[in-house]
Design a protein around this ligand. Structure first.
Ligand SMILES: [Zn+2]
Ligand SMILES: [Zn+2]
Length: 173
């Protein structure tokens, strides 16, 4: 598992073949719901579906604007709400003040950075969950268990160390 976590921030983008599958599902889902597949919606979905860090709406906007400068935050919010309603993305709340979007729909776990809120997927097999049959059995059956691993990501811990050094030299905020 340690190895998986270390490679997470290197692999910021999804493999092209999986992204292509998600784009196909996106077009099919919108069409069957009679929702227009517009260039803006395509780019907004591509940004969410193609990233591994579960971007929030502002991060989606920044990414889409690099390709489509006219897109507004309002458009991004409306598109994301629509995608949630038709089940194309899931919303996660790693911290109280942020909502991040997930283009992966199968059962999986998450690693959440408690500082920046960035969230990465962990395959269901990457974390072993020990069921507590006694505790769960009293409540009902167990179909799946989702784990949220929380910590401080490498970018945040390295950035924090850099800031401290700058402060010592009298610079920085
Ligand atoms: Zn972080
Ligand atoms: Zn996820």
């Amino acid at each position: 598992m340690t190895k998986d976590l270390r490679s997470l921030d290197v692999e910021r983008h999804l493999p092209a073949a999986i992204l292509a599958q998600r784009m196909d599902r996106f077009r099919a889902t919108l069409r069957s719901a009679s929702i227009r597949v517009t260039p803006q919606r395509i780019e907004i979905f591509r940004e969410v579906a193609g990233r591994l860090d579960h971007p929030d709406a502002e991060a989606v906007l920044r990414g889409v604007r690099a390709r489509m400068p006219s897109v507004s935050l309002d458009t991004v919010y409306r598109a994301l709400t629509l995608f949630r309603q038709v089940g194309l993305v899931a919303a996660r709340r790693p911290r109280r003040d942020s909502v991040r979007f997930d283009g992966r729909l199968d059962s999986h776990h998450h690693y959440v950075c408690t500082r920046c809120g960035k969230t990465w997927d962990l395959d269901a097999g990457a974390v072993r969950v020990r069921h507590e049959p006694d505790a769960c059995g009293a409540l009902g059956t167990v179909d799946e268990a989702r784990v949220e691993v929380r910590g401080v990501c490498r970018a945040c811990s390295e950035g924090g160390a850099k800031k401290k050094r700058q402060r010592k030299r009298g610079g920085g905020a």
